[in-house]
Design a protein around this ligand. Sequence first.
Ligand code: HEC
Length: 287
Amino acid sequence: MRQKTLPLRCLGKRLLRLMAAAVLGWRLVSPASQAAGRVDFNRDILPILSDNCFHCHGPDEKARKGKFRLDTKEGAFRTKDGKTVIVPGKRNESELYRRITQTDPDEMMPPPESNRKLTPSQIELLSVWIDQGATWGQHWAFLPRKKTEPPPVKTSGWVRNGIDQFILARLEQENLQPSREADKARLIRRASLDITGLPPTMAESDAFAADATPEAFAKVVDRLLDSPRYGERMASDWLDLARYADTHGFQMDRYRPMWPPGSSALRLAHRRQRRRPRSGQAAAPDS
Ligand code: HEC
């Protein structure tokens, strides 16, 4: 993600936060408009199956119900006793569609006793996905990255790079105007807090204000990315996910072994964050 040639605008807060917003934006798009477009297995389907079905039809053999796996392509397209789970292009011939639209408690999926329930928009997504050919895919974390074409925008002159274009497209969809560009003092403060979790020093802020070259902001971002504080900032999210320094959350809190921060976890996080795309991170193990 560290590209020296990127123009000023896409770095700092924009890059770090709004890229996430652009990705999350997909989730905020109403299911109807999502369904109108191309349903994506990884983005739209896998999370639904994983949350609602894999508990009983997943990799855990002991927990598996009905000797049926839905986490593998073979399972999802299998035919048994004349019933095919998913018939690409044909929801009405797919056992899966029949099961998720059933009201008979003995047949409906997920079963009522599982305390899971698909929302109407999730059912719609699954159905449209089947109608569109039920393309199966691998988990995104195992796929090579590929470039996405930025969406078209109406306003000209504002966009300076691809990320801007994603943001502007979403703003236009909501009939919102882009904010004014931040002044330099704010910009360096935002970038510093986002990347390292710390405010800039007066000297850093003054140096940035005095630097009139076009690369001034890119230089600030590079300096921040090179700082060990960036590793700490990134590692703190990981440690939260791994419940570092967490407790059982009970009155009877027991000993939880932890490792000293500032050592290997931070170095590892720093190295990995520098080498990997931010979007390709899997959550830390649930330990
Ligand atoms: C609490 C456990 C549980 C959950 C969660 C669950 N199922 Fe099932 N499922 C079962 C059981 C038990 C059977 C076998 C009995 C039957 O066929 O009704 C089954 C059978 C099926 C079958 C028939 C498979 C075949 O043999 O052809 C399909 C299709 C199915 N489930 C889809 C789903 C889908 C889709 C979800 C998630 C939206 C889901 N199930 C969630 C327990 C579960």
